[in-house]
Design a binder for this molecule. Sequence first.
Ligand code: GLU
Length: 429
Amino acid sequence: MMSPSLLPLVTPSPAHICPFDQACSYLEEAAKELQLDSGLLAILSSPRKVVTVSVPVKLDSGEVRVLVGHRVQHCNILGPYKGGTRYHPAVTLQEVSALAMLMTWKCALLGIPYGGAKGGIALDPNQYSVGELERVTRRYTSELINDIGPAVDIPAPDMGTSSREMAWMMDTYSMNVGHAVPGVVTGKPLSIGGSRGRDLATGRGVMIVVREALAERGLSLAGVRVVIQGFGNVGGAAAQLLHDAGAKVLAVSNGRGGIFCETGLDIPALNVYVAQNRQVLAGFPGSIAISNAELLTLPCDVLIPAALENQITEENVARVQATIVAEAANGPVTLAADRALEARGVTVLPDILANAGGVVVSYLEWVQGLSYVFWDEERVNQEMEGLMVQAYRQVTHQAKLRQVPLRLAAYTLGVGRVAQALADRGLYP
Ligand code: GLU
């Protein structure tokens, strides 16, 4: 096994910050707080398995292009590896390795019996036709055929992928083994064993933790000013649910820029507008166009970075005006910016808690599949709500007990549970 930090960087991380080193820093901090032994820390610092594959694809033009795909399996002490598959041009092995490690702590924190993994292909899905994306997905799945499976490693959607890619992955795997295997992925369409509520799950989880954080301060979502970076699977769902709960969503953005409206955007009308306007937000009636950078520093109560990592950095953190930052993306706040927010008393709801709603409903999808009993959306949302609120309370309790910020509290719980399981199982052989 080779540490990913020794492997070549395929594409530099946007802010030239190594995401894997950053993830290890948080792990080391938690290990220190937990007084973990150095051998345990060494095991938890390295992914168990790193797979990099070539993904050759014939484009519609007849040209053959070779893409690079990864799947990093960080830890399977508590159960099968679990984590999304990302399609984005900035995907690197370091990024996927960091995200795989976050999945391990996230699952342990939420008390769901999985380990952490993540996959990704460096490509911009907007530059490929549906047919090309299908061929890419099927070839990538087939390259990983011996590394995934319902008891081994269960991919799910992530940035740039959705239920459509999960259906292709499920079909490719199933055709190879000769029978339908719905449990090989989660986030599938309902027609092949997906769960109701999975599409909005990550956004719903974000809404729940923001609601809980406000409730602790004697506030409700009604009238609260929210700014969201991102308007995709996660940001779009969070915007909708927060709007439904009475919050004022002042600004949202996507890769093409953002929009702002001081009195709050009409999110249902905006959903119709972007669908008709090829995902361009600019020009939405009553709004003004802003850049992604401007959006992060708008006056608001709650800032929700729901796009890429390393968005709130040393460079812009002093201009962030929110009192609560909810990390709907994975790793959107750099280590240095996290320290600066902490020093200013800004509450950061950490990614492994704030965006866990997706993997929680993935787990509920897997449970429904294993039991061959499918629930209505109300039951799914209720079960998810229970797990999210329980984790939120455990994290805030831990933060008070240890006198540490919420991120370190969440890490001590997640890392501590995995370390305990590792100590109980013992080191093989
Ligand atoms: N990609 C999502 C995450 O980062 C969901 C993973 C899953 O459902 O397995 O949490």
